[in-house]
Design a protein around this ligand. Sequence first.
Ligand SMILES: Cc1cc2nc3c(=O)[nH]c(=O)nc-3n(C[C@H](O)[C@H](O)[C@H](O)COP(=O)(O)O)c2cc1C
Length: 218
Amino acid sequence: MRATNPISKVRDHSHTMTQPETPAHYTDLDAALETAWNILAEGAGNRRVPTHTPTLATIGTDGAPRMRTVVLRGFETASRQVRFHTDRRSGKINELRADPRAGLHVYDLQRKVQLQIDGRVHLHMDDPLANQAWQQTQPMSRIVYQVTQAPGTVIDSPLDVTHDIMPDTGFNDGGSENFLVATLQVETLEWLFLDARGHRRARFTRKGNAWPGTWLVP
Ligand SMILES: Cc1cc2nc3c(=O)[nH]c(=O)nc-3n(C[C@H](O)[C@H](O)[C@H](O)COP(=O)(O)O)c2cc1C
């Protein structure tokens, strides 16, 4: 016999005045997926929201998980691809060359929604996408790509970071040779909404352009 949890029964009064309005995604899978895409689009487009800096996970060359913060530079709504920029000499790129599978973790505090994304990363170097992104980077952001040593190189002192200075100008306008645009194709997306009335969890899996989804026990 199926027993109903008395607590969740008591709490499931979504119509009471004391509760905030029930979002559509509370009982609607399509709305849950739409919320997820909106979170990614907003995170890419607004540098003031915390979802602008999600956590990217890769598989270390030793098989252990590796995580780091990246700036969400773009979200292609048609293809459901997330974009970030990095140094092609970085550890994460070595890892992605060996295994392109990656995870992306986003928590939207305002919406109380967590996204756990699995996908595959495509590396763009010296192609139209990378060239255009490089043209659009600010001089300040280029400095990190102009360091002569690879990111993560052991140094004796923090002052040992060196830049190739051009003799006549005293500055360096290079860096594009180290720049890379990575696109993560979303393959599966798990959505979790925490709510006092009862949590909600769903998983969506890409089938071509369709995203069939299912509810999961939170
Ligand atoms: C707020 C914030 C934003 C960051 N954005 C990026 C980014 O967009 N690209 C990047 O390569 N590293 C970024 N980093 C640095 C990474 O978290 C990480 O330290 C670095 O890329 C080296 O990681 P790896 O050795 O795993 O490659 C950011 C760090 C912080 C704290």
